[in-house]
Design a protein around this ligand. Structure first.
Ligand SMILES: C[S@@+](CC[C@H](N)C(=O)[O-])C[C@H]1O[C@@H](n2cnc3c(N)ncnc32)[C@H](O)[C@@H]1O
Length: 406
């Protein structure tokens, strides 16, 4: 794969490796982590993406100037230097076209660019989100203040040139921080959400809610997770770190009831909307810290047959693990976007008696060194098949017992 800015951008560290070599590397990296953590866990082959370019459904660009001309792009690694990344091959073509147009408009409308050093200027970032099946687009202007000159013009030009743009949002971030989004937002066009189709469901999300970056691979991941969990129709399921409810919603047709827990209240609003949109009635959502929810669930002896966790990169907490395992679920499904924290947590689960024997890997981030891993944990006695020797010994013991009785 060729990219003009490969060396300075650093977004795709595995650009030179063929997909089969990326798969090998990603698997070996996870195997090394598992070995270092002394876990007895097999690592499966990577489920690689059929479409490994133009896949990123979320893109954040910064702006800078070269000889007075505005350009946009991603940040160089560990820096705030904007690398001119015109028509990035990992971004959908439509998203590239929209970014190019916005960059041109920012120049022609003479919008002031934000200066991180001095804290002056207006435009900090533009965030674009895209629905891979619907082709719907959301544009988010991140500005340092509420006053946004030419915004009506910007909205008019963009929406007339790109009918795929269904909503435009202004997020106001006045803080000296590298965190892109803050809480205050104004919807400039549409209703602040876009829709996508995922696993046959109509899924809507707003600008600050999480949605997996590679939608096709997300379907592979969820399909695998559902198969691994192998729910019964009488099961109650707890989906923690649930985002806009996607995993739980896809499980509702195979169980009795799902409860989703998520910290971000906007994502919970989306999740409730998604359940309603899809006429799914056996699911509920609550906006809460997952560990706190688990503490309460332990206190009130809640029962769940299966618990799902899909935390951010930092993984989950010791408290979450202690409370989740104390609830005695039949299965725990752990999806992770950082196997380093996942193996740490798996060791913690092992201390509480829950083990897994296989990690499945799904590539949601082609050409980068990231990987998504998923496993099912069960209580040791459920998980361990007796060896042939143990079976013979048990048979021998029972025949001795029956002789004694006679
Ligand atoms: C990796 S995303 C997974 C989202 C969802 N399961 C999915 O597949 O789209 C992690 C989610 O955890 C949420 N989150 C982060 N910290 C949390 C916490 N302490 N309690 C509950 N949710 C949290 C984030 O807002 C985000 O939506």
């Amino acid at each position: 794969m060729k990219c003009k800015v490969e060396k300075i951008c650093g977004g795709c560290s595995l650009l030179k490796l063929k997909p089969s070599m990326q798969a090998d590397k990603k698997k070996k990296d996870v195997e090394a982590l598992v070995e270092k953590a002394h876990l007895k866990v097999r690592v499966g082959d990577v489920h690689m993406a059929k479409n490994d370019t133009h896949y990123r459904n979320k893109v954040i660009v910064g702006f800078s100037k070269d000889k007075g001309k505005v350009y946009s792009g991603l940040y160089a690694p560990h820096s705030h230097r904007v690398v001119k990344t015109e028509n990035c091959i990992m971004q959908p073509k439509l998203v590239n076209e929209i970014i190019n147009k916005i960059t041109e408009l920012v120049g022609s409308m003479k919008l002031e660019l934000y200066n991180e050093r001095t804290g002056t200027g207006l435009l900090r970032h533009v965030l674009i989100r895209w629905g891979h099946k619907t082709d719907e687009v959301m544009v988010v202007f991140v500005t340092s203040q509420k006053i946004f000159p030419s915004r009506k013009n910007m909205v008019r030009v963009l929406t007339s040139e790109f009918p795929q743009i269904k909503t435009i949002v202004q997020n106001i971030n006045p803080r000296k921080t590298s965190i892109v989004l803050q809480d205050e937002a104004i919807v400039l066009y549409g209703n602040g959400m876009i829709h996508d189709e995922l696993c046959g469901l109509d899924i809507a999300f707003s600008h600050n809610s999480f949605y997996q970056i590679h939608s096709e691979q997300c379907e592979v991941l969820y399909g695998l997770a559902k198969k691994m969990l192998d729910l019964k129709e009488t099961d109650t399921v707890l989906d923690t770190y649930c985002g806009v409810g996607t995993i739980g919603l896809t499980m509702t047709d195979s169980c009795k009831k799902v409860m989703g827990v998520e910290l971000n209240p906007d994502a919970i609003e989306n999740a409730k909307y998604n359940a309603k949109q899809n006429k799914i009635k056996n699911i509920e959502f609550v906006a809460m810290d997952s560990t706190e929810f688990m503490r309460q669930a332990r206190k009130y002896h809640n029962h769940y047959d299966a618990i799902i966790l899909d935390p951010p990169r930092a993984g989950t907490t010791k408290d979450f693990i202690e409370c989740a395992t104390a609830l005695n679920p039949r299965k725990i499904l752990y999806i992770s976007c950082d196997p380093r924290t996942q193996v740490r947590d798996l060791n913690q689960f092992r201390k509480q008696g829950y083990v897994t024997n296989k990690l499945e890997l799904v590539d949601l981030f082609p050409y980068t060194d990231h990987i998504e891993s998923v496993c099912v944990l069960e209580k040791k006695q459920f998980n361990q098949k007796p060896t042939k020797k143990a079976q013979r010994q048990a048979q021998f013991r029972s025949s001795k017992m029956s002789k004694k009785k006679r």
